[in-house]
Ligand binder design. Structure first.
Ligand code: ATP
Ligand code: MG
Length: 501
């Protein structure tokens, strides 16, 4: 047997108008964590889908233990010991956690076709315990948070005895605590001889968990190296194809009039007594651990959830916002963290999604102004470097990060004067992040106020004028730009009491 348990060689894959993979290759050693890196749309997920039998290749070959194989289907891949955690979840929302984990492989009673529910639940609990997650296995998946759904995906992949496990951006939705659990698990799997492919846009993680890295660009292989021979700068340069000078191009603008003020905002069981203000010219960060109530506060302001108590002022006037529609009409935009569930209509085109929240700007007297729709879309495709053959492409066909860019475009193309961004750069590559930060600057320059919810502390520290830190449904403190560190934020976020600056 050779050095590699798996080799993907010269893999080429075409979609209509797109060369997704251009003679890509990847080789895995047993017991290694191999990071697969590249910009949004570089071909990472496509290569892994081919490995997992979810898509056929056009050219190239796959060697397993040195022997050529043709992977026919996802089931076949599983039989070969290949397991994959997808970037876009594949869960059945109305089925329970346990049913999702063992979907199609439920334990049965003896030889009968009757599902052995007791064993199903017990087995599911055992797997969740292995990854250190507390979840009611009987709960339907749609009731879970995104992070919890992610853990179900991971549990599902682990329920198969695999020798190769692919994780496509597993960390994008996890809290630090859950991430620690995941890394412990990855190390355990590695010690068992399992080879792991780890895809992530978060550089710190790659150095923490990876042994080797392969960098791809435009569907092609660029370099494979031991991570100890790679620097952060070199990775970025190879990924983006140029040097990235300033990761956080923050511009500071004069603070103008108050755009939003909330006083004593309360939704029982979710958050309590939230008070803060947001002014023209400001980017304010709302951070804290996942589950601290940040998204819930945003949804309440946006009229998506009711409040029990509290007052909202918009441009100095008290308002009662009762629905998202109402919020949009009043000039508020909310970019949601869950692009699949709430942000996009996957079956519609890039152009249709981009203009969805501002159709009235495109209405002529009788018909939609399609020409304008096209030019607006082209502008955003250009500004956000959305990788798509054209505005007519169905959003479902874009890479994960490029879908996220379309959600952003949609909210940028509204006349919103107040924008709430929930995890705006999740899954976005380092180069594209900078473009998004520049657009945020541009919006603020035009007088828009921005509230950013983010778990990425460097982003919060790099781009926000003020930082509100939440802990268990309360605002634990406020920090000022330049005077705050990651430690300060974590201190507040974990409930330690300090005097606020
Ligand atoms: N089913 C499809 N139909 C058409 N084009 C597709 C399809 N799937 C992927 N593509 C295209 O192939 C290219 C590679 O996409 P892929 O999803 O592999 O990128 P990625 O490296 O995983 O990016 P990200 O970091 O954004 O997840 C992109 O240009 C994408 O739009
Ligand atoms: Mg991807």
């Amino acid at each position: 047997m050779g050095e590699f348990i798996l080799e993907l060689k010269g893999v080429t894959k075409r979609f209509p108008g797109v060369l997704a993979l251009n003679e890509a290759h990847l080789s895995l050693r047993p017991a290694e964590v191999h990071c697969l890196l590249g910009e949004n749309g570089a071909g990472k997920s496509t290569l892994m889908k081919i490995l997992a039998g979810a898509q056929p290749l056009d050219e190239g070959e796959i060697l397993l233990d040195g022997e050529p194989v043709t992977i026919q289907s996802p089931l076949h891949a599983q039989e070969l010991g290949i397991s994959m955690i997808y970037q876009e979840f594949n869960l059945s929302p109305y089925m329970s956690v346990a049913e999702n984990i063992f979907l199609g492989r439920e334990p049965v009673k003896g030889k009968s076709p009757i599902i052995d529910w007791a064993r199903l639940y017990a087995d599911a609990e055992a797997i969740l315990k292995r990854i250190g997650v507390k979840l009611d296995v009987r709960r339907p998946v749609h009731e879970l948070s995104i992070a919890q759904q992610q853990m179900v995906e991971i549990a599902k992949a682990l329920s198969i005895e695999a020798r190769i496990i692919v994780m496509d951006e597993p960390s994008a939705t996890l809290t630090d605590h859950e991430l620690d659990a995941l890394f412990t698990l990855i190390r355990t799997l590695k010690h068992q001889g399992i080879a792991l492919v780890y895809i992530s846009h978060r550089m710190e993680e790659i150095f923490e968990i990876g042994n080797r890295a392969t960098i791809m660009r435009d569907g092609a292989h660029i370099v494979t190296k031991d991570l100890c021979d790679l620097s952060r700068e070199e990775i970025i340069q190879q990924m983006v194809g140029r040097e990235l000078k300033d990761e956080f191009p923050k511009e500071v603008f004069p603070v103008g009039q108050e755009r939003l003020r909330v006083e004593g905002l309360t939704r029982r069981g979710h958050f309590e007594d939230i008070s803060f203000a947001l002014h023209e010219g400001e980017i304010v960060g709302l951070t804290g651990l996942v589950g601290a109530g940040r998204t819930e506060v945003a949804r309440a302001i946006f009229g998506a959830d009711p409040i029990d108590r509290g007052t909202v002022y918009l441009n100095g006037e008290e308002v009662k916002i009762t629905s998202p529609r109402d919020a949009i009409a009043r000039g508020i935009g909310l970019l949601t963290e869950d692009r699949k569930g709430q942000g996009l209509v996957l079956g519609m085109s890039v152009a249709e999604n981009t203009t969805l929240a501002n159709l009235k700007a495109l209405m002529g007297r009788l018909f939609m102004d399609r020409k304008k729709e096209r030019s607006v879309t082209e502008q955003y495709i250009h500004e956000l470097a959305i990788k798509t053959p054209s505005g007519a492409q169905i959003v479902q066909n874009l890479s994960g990060g490029n879908q996220q860019k379309v959600v952003l475009a949609k909210w940028l193309y509204t006349e919103s004067r107040l924008l709430i961004f929930d995890e705006p750069t999740r899954g976005i590559d380092v180069g594209a992040k900078v473009e998004i930060y520049k657009l945020m600057n541009e919006l603020v320059r035009q007088g828009v106020a921005i509230l950013v919810i983010s778990s990425e502390l460097p982003e919060i520290l790099g781009m926000c004028d003020r930082i509100l830190v939440m802990h268990e449904g309360h605002i634990a403190g406020e920090l000022q730009r330049g005077a705050a560190s990651q430690e300060d934020i974590m201190h507040l976020a974990t409930g330690a009491t300090v005097a606020t600056t």
